[in-house]
Design a protein around this ligand. Structure first.
Ligand code: IPM
Ligand code: MN
Length: 350
């Protein structure tokens, strides 16, 4: 009997609607051998507007008592950009030391990609984004703010420890995935000659321990180009926080958009957090039209991290069935079904 305590942060906008469908699917998997206890946390824009608090002091301690976290979306039109993102999402990633952001880029059958002549066999790779350092670390500041002599500095922090653990995870992941056995470091060694010098050295050094994994390197601008031109050449890409943020939005688009893209904020020795990578989509809130597949797939990723691979397989197969036989488009309002109906279809086909 496996029993898991799952913290749910449904968040803002359409977050609660999509998370509900993911939970519906997880509940449908429950049996004598599998049980979930969901605990709900109301962190998000509404709570912030009401209380002035992003995360209460006890939040991290409470979340740490769970086996995993399922997150909807954070972002509220009435809250100035940065407050909720830094105060909740980044804060949790940092405090829970979720140093890997794992983002599969996989085109499922019958899902439309904007890439001409590319099919599911061409688009199936994984981006491993460092998730606690780089430009996101918050190092820097202003001098003479508000004057014509203003200086704004935003520094990229790259520690040996942070880079090494991310790269090691990436090699291990590539080896385990066993597809092309190819790991590409995505950087910018021709300009960022300090940060990516460290990344490249560590990449080569750790690579010696993984002789079966082919090492590859690409500058981030070229990686963007190839993601569009030859996505079939990628297997696993490892990169820093900022580049990872950017290339995974490109990745989400070529796999069919934000309606399907899911990711995991992973602490391999702690509590991980799974999320649809799209935002809170305020304009669709409460209309029951948003696509819940990304949230359902975040649940699928969570199952794999909880070592419930057979259950994850069932979810994935059901999603593929629903995508092939039912859903007309990945876009909100154009699916041919409501949000809750899509969740019901996935449950029915498990
Ligand atoms: C993401 C998001 C976040 C990021 C924002 C909301 C802070 O874009 O998860 O990719 O930049 O990491
Ligand atoms: Mn992003």
């Amino acid at each position: 009997m496996k029993s898991f305590d799952i913290a749910v942060i449904a968040g803002d906008g359409t977050g609660p609607e999509v998370v509900n469908e993911a939970i519906k699917v997880l509940k449908a998997l429950e049996s004598e051998n599998l049980k979930f206890n969901f605990n709900y946390f109301d962190f998000g824009g509404e709570r912030y507007l009401r209380t002035g608090e992003t995360l209460p002091e006890t939040a991290v301690q409470e979340l740490k008592k769970h086996n995993a976290i399922l997150l909807g979306a954070i972002g509220h039109p009435k809250v100035q950009p940065g407050i909720l993102e830094k105060g909740i999402l980044l804060n949790l990633r940092f405090q829970l030391d979720q140093y890997i952001n794992l983002r599969p880029v996989k085109l499922y059958p019958n899902v439309e990609t904007p890439l001409k002549d590319k099919t599911p066999k061409d688009i199936d790779f994984v981006v491993i984004r460092e998730n606690t350092e780089g430009l996101y670390a918050g190092a820097g500041g202003f001098l003479k703010k508000g004057t014509k002599n203003e200086v704004a500095i935003q520094e990229s922090i790259n520690t040996y420890m942070g880079v090494e653990r991310c790269i090691r995870y990436a090699y291990e992941y590539t080896q385990k995935r066993n597809k092309l056995n190819k790991l590409m470091l995505c950087g910018k060694t021709n300009v960022l000659t300090y940060a990516f010098d460290l990344w490249k050295r560590v990449f080569e050094q750790v690579g010696k321990e993984f002789p079966k994994v082919i090492q590859d390197y690409g500058h981030v601008d070229a990686v963007c180009m190839w993601m569009v031109k030859n996505p079939e050449n990628f297997d696993v890409i490892v990169t820093d926080n900022m580049f990872g943020d950017i290339i995974t939005d490109l990745g989400a688009m070529i796999q069919g958009g934000m309606g399907i893209a899911a990711g995991g904020n992973i602490n391999p020795n702690g509590v991980s957090m799974f999320e649809p990578i799209g935002g809170s989509a305020p304009k669709y809130t409460g209309q029951n039209v948003i696509n819940p597949i990304a949230a359902i797939m975040a649940g699928e990723m969570m199952l794999r991290f909880l070592d419930c691979n057979q259950d994850a397989d069932r979810v994935e197969k059901s999603v593929v069935h629903v995508l092939t036989k039912h859903i007309k488009s990945m876009s909100a309002g154009k699916m041919g079904y409501s949000t809750t109906e899509v969740g019901d279809l996935v449950v029915k086909n498990l």
